[in-house]
Design a protein around this ligand. Structure first.
Ligand SMILES: C[S@@+](CC[C@H](N)C(=O)[O-])C[C@H]1O[C@@H](n2cnc3c(N)ncnc32)[C@H](O)[C@@H]1O
Length: 281
């Protein structure tokens, strides 16, 4: 909500029309527009929730875990899916990853021959991504947030995100940003936790608290535990509605990442589709 929005009417007991200079404090007639614009900027840039990955110790735990993981769900199913999805773009295409972490997915783009931009809010993770992968001049890693994507990402042919959507409290805002940066006919692929598997995900947490749809606590990953992780248990309906309301067309949902112990309940779901921009009238 804006802190202040000008309306005609009373101010300090004085009635005046909208946009007219206030004789009491003497501001110019544009000041309200400036304040409204500033409020919108604050709305766009403020952080909606805590992101533990921005903490250096937790970022290091994540680096250790994701770089040490072998032969598990990521290698077996997630990276091959990203490779297949990215390989379908033509030469010179531009794809963006939202929440690129320490950059590992940029290694798995198959025959993709275009420009990749990884956007990530955590400074230590972005530094690690640059250290490991930015020798390739077709890869760029930028600090940014799902709620306010950098201008470099605008007009993307494709946008993907792996393991991020369940860390976001505000899916509507993230979906709007996704739609904003995707060009007409651009493709998206959101790989996130499968709502049907939340009971399994709970078992990975130690000493967690649960507040509404949010779980927070230590999470045990295959290689290194994260001392804190915040997990939003969004329903499938909420995820699909937020994408649809942002003008994105979902064409495929596919679950992946079943463990031997729970073969019928895969841990992840991929939500794929296209952005059909409505023409300006
Ligand atoms: C589980 S890691 C996944 C990283 C990477 N996508 C991968 O698969 O290796 C989750 C990532 O989501 C990022 N993240 C959390 N909140 C975010 C937000 N609001 N916008 C963008 N990324 C966010 C974290 O900083 C972290 O890098």
């Amino acid at each position: 909500m804006p802190i202040f929005k000008e309306q005609s009417g009373y101010e300090n007991g004085v009635s005046r029309p909208k946009g007219e200079a206030n004789p009491v404090i003497g501001y110019s007639k544009n000041i309200c527009d400036i304040v409204i614009a500033m409020n919108e900027k604050i709305e766009q840039t403020k952080k909606r929730e805590c992101n533990p990955f921005e903490d250096t110790a937790i970022a290091e735990q994540w680096i250790s875990s994701v770089e040490g993981e072998r032969g598990k769900v990521r290698e077996r199913e997630i990276y091959p899916m990203i490779e297949e999805w990215a390989s379908a773009f033509g030469e010179g295409a531009r794809i963006t990853e939202i929440g690129s972490g320490q950059g590992i997915c940029s290694q798995y783009l198959g025959s993709f021959a275009g420009m990749y931009i990884g956007v990530e809010p955590s400074v230590p993770l972005t530094e690690r991504a640059k250290e490991l992968y930015s020798d390739d001049e077709n890869k760029q890693f930028i600090l940014g947030n799902a709620y306010k994507m950098p201008t470099e990402c605008k007009d993307a042919d494709g946008v993907f995100s792996m393991g991020v959507w369940f860390h976001l409290a505000d899916l509507d805002a993230a979906s709007k940003e996704l739609a904003r940066i995707l060009k007409h006919d651009g493709k998206f692929n959101i790989i996130t936790t499968n709502p049907e598997s939340y009971d399994i995900w709970r078992t990975f947490f130690d000493n967690y608290t649960e507040d509404g749809k949010m779980i927070s606590g230590k999470v045990n990953l295959p290689v290194t535990s994260l001392s804190r992780n915040d997990f939003y248990m969004h329903t499938m309906e909420d995820m699909l509605n937020s994408l649809k309301n942002a003008g994105l067309k979902v064409e495929l949902t596919k679950s992946l990442g079943a463990m031997k112990s729970n073969p019928d309940t895969p841990l992840f779901v991929s939500i794929q589709g296209t952005h059909k921009k409505t023409p300006m009238v």
